[in-house]
Structures are given as C-alpha cells and as structure tokens.
Ligand binder design. Structure first.
Ligand SMILES: [Fe+2]
Ligand SMILES: [Fe+2]
Length: 173
C-alpha cells in the first residue's frame, strides 16, 4: 500500500470491505428462518459479531485517532457532521456490546433468540451502512476541503503515516 495516500481514501477502501462483509452475512441471515439455530446460522451471527468487534472496531478507532482528531486540531470540533459521526461511533459500539450479550446467552435452543439476534443484526447493519454513507457523503469531502494534502496523508500528529499500522499482522478488512 502506498504511504502517500489520503487517509480518507484508506477509510473509503475499508468501507468497501465492510460493506462486502455486511452484504454477504445479510444474505445468509435472510435465507435462514427465525427458528433456525443451525450451525451455518450461528456461524453467520458470529461472523457478523467478529466483523464488528475486530475489523469495524479498529476502523472506528483509527478514524477517531487520525481523521477526527485532525479535524478537531484544525478547528472543526464543533462541526455538526463530525459530531453526528462521533455519536454514531458510540451507538455502534453500544450496539455491538448488546449483540454480543444476546449472542452469549443464545445457543443452543433458547426460544426466540434467533429472531432477537436477527433483529439486532438488522439494526446494526442499517446503522453501520448509514454511518458509512454519512462519512462518504459529508465528512470525508468536508475533511478533504479543510485539511491540506499533507495532513490527510499524515493525520497522526506524531507524523506517523497511516498505513504503518497495517504491518503488524492484524487482519485487513
Ligand atoms: Fe466512522
Ligand atoms: Fe468509516
């Protein structure tokens, strides 16, 4: 990966990977009846939780640590779009914890739990998709207007370029 790419482009690419994951899991869950607690359905729920807890969580952390922090540093702290995006990060994190809690008491055979998990999954998928759209439609273009190319390429105030965090063996989304 090139090191002089704007961080917003990295985040867009990660959005594409997240969407691909959501689409695949959503299709699997749509095919499963609400009473289906079979292994494939359980695996689909677990795959979604792992996507949220590992890949998406890292993405949100990176955005806050790099892009959101850079925007605040450059005087955009009161921006309504930035505020809404930050709030959505919080909502996503709470939703993931809720989904993990439901999952932890889920199987095997707890009555109604598949329907409850499907409901959780649908709400989370909608929330995440809306958040990605807000960032791509409003926040990223705004950042690209306000921040210089140099800052977008190296938003970390310490001067470390963004992709260096990707070389430690963590999974790529
Ligand atoms: Fe975000
Ligand atoms: Fe994002």
């Amino acid at each position: 990966m090139q090191t002089n790419t704007p961080c917003t482009d990295h985040f867009r690419a990660e959005h594409t990977s997240v969407r691909r994951g959501l689409d695949a899991i959503e299709a699997e869950l749509a095919a499963a009846p609400d009473t289906d607690d079979s292994r494939p359905t359980r695996d689909a729920f677990l795959g979604l939780i792992i996507l949220f807890e590992r890949d998406l969580a890292r993405h949100l952390d990176d955005e806050e640590r790099l892009l959101y922090a850079a925007l605040r540093h450059h005087g955009v702290g009161d921006d309504a779009v930035l505020h809404a995006c930050f709030q959505e990060h919080g909502d996503i994190r709470v939703g993931v914890q809720t989904m993990r809690r439901v999952w932890s008491r889920a199987f095997p055979g707890t009555p109604g739990v598949v329907a409850e998990l499907k409901d959780c999954a649908a709400r989370m998928i909608t929330l995440v998709r809306e958040h990605l759209e807000r960032e791509e439609g409003s926040l990223f273009p705004r950042a690209e207007t306000i921040l210089t190319a140099a800052v977008l390429e190296r938003p970390d105030a310490s001067g470390h370029c963004f992709p260096s965090a990707r070389s430690n063996g963590r999974s790529a989304i």
